[in-house]
Structure formats: structure tokens, C-alpha cells
Design a protein around this ligand. Structure first.
Ligand SMILES: NC(=O)c1ccc[n+]([C@@H]2O[C@H](COP(=O)([O-])OP(=O)(O)OC[C@H]3O[C@@H](n4cnc5c(N)ncnc54)[C@H](OP(=O)(O)O)[C@@H]3O)[C@@H](O)[C@H]2O)c1
Length: 253
């Protein structure tokens, strides 16, 4: 059950080794989060992430293995996670991969992999957890979208296109869930310094994982539906969305 301040006490994290997810969990650990399922592909890295959370007082129930593209397993994974935790207050969806937007490097396989990792896999997993949460009568879902999906750039159109799909899916799902007791919050960070972006040149309005975590927890407190990080990107993208395509396509990265 969420505590009296609305903060989750149990959580499932898809992408349990994500730098952003770990920053959010560190913050929630100081707000009475007590039990958690960390799900991911890299067991050694999950153990490492789990140790850090245990040292902060969280009871970590390690998931064996979770690949977001294996959609046939999502229903049983969600049911199993609920069994382990008793009830699931929070689902945090942090799986994702940047990949490439370089036309010379793209083929059918790596485009499908990106869309499965960034859109169809997370969407299928979210629905599996929605079904569990609707049965338990409540729950909160936090999904990492991206400004990359708000207006898609030519340089990373595969990632951006997939995030646009996930973001739209979550907006519609959030509306469909209205009144059900299950709530969904979309988080739209800009450039964040994490291992995902380590090889990239820092973009304007860059923030740290800790700044994103602060915004996520504030969003949970305020029962926000959409959180931009930093906030100013909501205004920036309101303008960028209106640019004609001939201008948008030649804007510097
Ligand atoms: N960093 C940014 O600038 C930024 C900006 C906007 C949005 N975001 C989004 O925020 C989320 C977290 O990103 P991050 O910055 O924390 O990056 P990260 O540290 O690289 O985390 C990405 C996570 O996705 C997991 N993952 C990738 N493919 C997977 C698969 N097939 N099955 C299961 N897990 C998989 C990774 O686990 P493995 O160890 O198994 O690969 C890792 O835990 C992502 O959705 C990302 O798109 C990031």
C-alpha cells in the first residue's frame, strides 16, 4: 500500500540496472520504499544495484531474468512479481536503448530490435501490470518516455519514433484508466548524463540522473500525469513542435 504521503512501499522496476531508475529508487528508499523486484537481463549488474538498495534499507527481491522483448512472458512475470511482493504499489518502466539513426547502419533487424525494446515490449509489459493492478484495485505506473518522441529528429528517428509510440500509448492508457484506481505518469527527460548517453555530446538543458529522480518523486507527490525534466522543456517543445519541417530538419543537433 502507498504510505500516507502517497509514496510507494513496494515496486517493480523494469530495467533495474538503469541509472535513472536507480536514482529514483535511492530517493524512494528514504521515503519508506521497503520491497522491490529488480528486473533485467544483466544478473551481475542487478545484484550490484540490489546491494546498493539493501544498504539503504530496502528488501530487494531479485528477479531472475527479464527481457522486455519477450512479450509472451510478461503476464506470468507480472503475476509472479505480485505474488512475491503481496501487492505492487509502483511499476517503474526504465527499459530503453538509443541505437542509431544512421541510415547506413540500419537494417530490418536493428530497427525491429529498437522498436521492440523502446515501444512494443514496454507497452506489452505495462498492460500485463495494469491487469494485475486493476485486480488489486490500485497502483501507479511511471514510464520513462523522452523529449525525443515529442518531435522526432532525423538523427535518432528510430529511437524517437518508438518513444513517440510509447508516449502516445501511455497518454491514451492513462485516460482509459481514469477512475480505475490505477494511475500512470509519463516522464519526458531531455538529455540526461547516464551510461546511455556516455558516448554522446551533451545537449542543451542537460540534467543529472539525480535531478530526474527529484522531479519523478515530486511528480508522484503531486499526482502529475506528465513530467518534463527540466520543466523548461515543456515550453521549449511547445515552440519546437510548431517549426516547419524544412527548418526542423536542418536545426543543429
Ligand atoms: N539518459 C537520457 O538522456 C534519457 C533521456 C530521455 C529518456 N531516457 C529513457 O530513460 C530510461 C532509462 O535510461 P537510462 O538513461 O537510465 O539508461 P540506462 O542506464 O542505459 O538504462 C537502460 C535500461 O534498459 C535496459 N534494457 C535495455 N534493453 C533491454 C531489454 N531488451 N530487456 C530488458 N531491459 C533492457 C538496460 O538493461 P541491460 O543492462 O539489460 O541492457 C538498462 O537497465 C530509458 O527508457 C531511456 O530511453 C533516457
Amino acid at each position: 500500500m502507498n504510505d500516507v504521503t502517497g509514496m510507494p512501499q513496494t515496486a517493480v522496476v523494469l530495467g533495474g540496472t538503469s541509472d535513472l531508475a536507480r536514482a529514483v529508487l535511492r530517493r524512494l528508499a528514504s521515503r519508506r520504499l521497503h520491497s522491490i523486484v529488480l528486473a533485467g537481463r544483466d544478473e551481475a549488474a542487478l545484484v550490484e544495484a540490489g546491494k546498493e538498495l539493501s544498504s539503504l534499507g530496502v528488501n530487494v527481491v531479485q528477479a531472475n531474468r527479464f527481457d522486455v522483448r519477450e512479450t509472451m512472458l510478461h503476464e506470468s512475470f507480472a503475476a509472479n512479481a505480485q505474488q512475491r511482493l503481496g501487492s505492487i504499489d509502483l511499476l517503474l518502466v526504465a527499459t530503453g536503448m538509443l541505437g542509431t539513426g544512421d541510415l547506413d547502419a540500419l537494417d530490418a533487424e536493428n530497427v525491429a530490435n529498437s522498436v521492440e525494446t523502446n515501444f512494443t515490449g514496454p507497452a506489452a509489459a505495462i498492460i500485463a501490470f495494469v491487469n494485475v493492478m486493476r485486480r488489486q484495485g490500485y497502483g501507479r505506473i511511471v514510464v520513462f518516455s523522452s523529449v525525443a518522441g515529442v518531435r522526432v529528429r532525423r538523427s535518432n528517428f528510430v529511437y524517437g519514433g518508438a518513444k513517440a509510440g510509447l508516449d502516445s500509448f501511455c497518454q491514451g492508457l492513462g485516460d482509459a484508466l481514469s477512475g480505475s484506481g490505477v494511475e500512470l505518469m509519463i516522464v519526458r527527460p531531455g538529455f540526461v548524463r547516464t551510461k546511455m548517453t556516455a558516448a554522446r555530446t551533451t545537449a542543451p538543458f542537460a540534467v543529472s540522473a539525480e535531478q530526474v529522480a527529484r522531479s519523478v518523486v515530486r511528480g508522484l507527490e503531486q499526482r502529475a500525469e506528465i513530467v518534463w525534466v527540466p520543466n523548461v522543456l515543456a515550453v521549449v517543445f511547445a515552440g519546437l513542435r510548431c517549426l516547419p519541417r524544412r527548418v526542423w530538419r536542418v536545426l543543429p543537433e
